[in-house]
Ligand binder design. Structure first.
Ligand SMILES: Nc1ncnc2c1ncn2[C@@H]1O[C@H](COP(=O)(O)OP(=O)(O)OP(=O)(O)O)[C@@H](O)[C@H]1O
Ligand SMILES: [Mg+2]
Length: 318
């Protein structure tokens, strides 16, 4: 059975005056998926997300969200969607509890407002005016407002920007809880660790185009990229085996030399090292690790490769 698409974009473009911010994006996101959009400042993430939310209109292309065009969808549709905008302005004279309770009235089946505040860690601030919250607390309140209607689809545009590390972890746990209850989430973030932890799939947008799409482990060929196998060459092991790409680092006062093997065939290398280690009388290789290029390295390479074209390039494509 093919999964039911919740979001479908075909050839989406958005022009602001003569600036083409989105230049032909195709995207399909299934029910229950967490999809992350990554990309440098100004890449077109918020523009794309806000078109999906019905807050901006597309210049061209087809947009379907929960079976409707967000530009013309009605209140029933809106009640099924939760939104955390990149930037929000909270009313100054309401307390956190009042604002969340007020927002709950807008939805047919809201969650308990006190529970929403608890989920984002704002219980102690429930009686505090929104205007006096710290930046990170305001961001948490934004998230509480986004989930209050118990939406089936949630847009989170940089939900954890400005949060301290502990609050960021709490936000991740909250998103994981939402995923566990079957919600679909479209997230933008500049934190690669966040994308890696939360996203089933992700896309990198550069200059209004998707330049790579995949799972966190496979994006940009990461799954097949060169891998490093490393371990400590402690005394009893003797000389390491002669393997292509093997380098022995220097010994230091408190550590044996680190051996690194750069390879495209890590499973084979680990097998050979395991056999060699056993023959040397050691069942476990000290500090054995198999590491691939990080998601951040992959992302930065993609952005460098597809970076904003020069004005001359743009002229040539007109
Ligand atoms: N209302 C607008 N009028 C004119 N230009 C706009 C408008 N909104 C966005 N832009 C431009 O469109 C481009 C894409 O902006 P967008 O906000 O979608 O980027 P983003 O990927 O969300 O960036 P960030 O990571 O900084 O949030 C930018 O060059 C921006 O300056
Ligand atoms: Mg943005």
């Amino acid at each position: 059975m093919t999964p039911e698409p919740v979001i479908e974009l075909e050839s989406l473009t958005k022009r602001y005056g003569d600036h083409e911010a989105v230049r032909g994006i195709d995207l399909s996101i299934s029910r229950g998926e967490v999809f992350a959009l990554l990309g440098p400042n100004g890449a077109g993430k918020t523009t794309t997300v806000e078109i999906l939310e019905g807050y901006r209109t597309a210049t061209s292309g087809t947009v379907q969200v929960l079976g409707a065009d967000p530009a013309t969808a009605g209140d029933d549709w809106r009640a099924r969607v939760g939104i955390v905008h990149q930037e929000t302005k909270l009313p100054e004279d309401l307390t956190c509890a009042e604002l969340v309770e007020f927002q709950a009235l807008l939805y047919p089946r809201p969650i308990d407002p006190a529970e929403a505040l608890r989920l984002v860690g704002l219980e102690p601030q429930r009686g505090q005016r929104c205007s006096t919250l710290s930046g990170g607390q305001q961001r948490r309140l934004d998230v509480a407002l986004g989930i209050i209607g118990d939406p089936e689809l949630i847009f989170l545009d940089e939900p954890t920007t400005g949060l301290d590390p502990e609050a960021r972890r709490q936000a991740w746990e909250l998103v994981e809880q939402l995923i566990g209850s079957g919600k679909t989430v479209l997230l933008t973030t500049h934190y690669l660790e966040e994308a890696e932890r939360l996203a089933d799939r992700l896309a990198v947008i550069v200059g209004g185009r998707i330049v790579a799409e995949g799972t966190p482990a496979s994006l940009g060929g990461r799954g097949e990229a060169e891998t490093t196998v490393s371990f400590r060459l402690t005394g009893g092991l003797g000389d390491p085996p002669a393997l292509d790409g093997l380098e022995v680092g220097p010994a230091t006062a408190d550590a044996a030399p680190l051996v690194r093997v750069r390879t495209w065939r890590p499973t084979e290398v680990v097998g050979l090292l395991a056999a060699w280690s056993r023959d040397a009388g050691s069942d476990e290789l000290p500090e054995l690790a198999v590491t691939r290029r990080s998601l951040e390295d992959t992302y930065l390479a993609l952005v460098a490769e597809h970076g904003d074209p020069s004005p001359a390039d743009l002229e040539a494509t007109r």
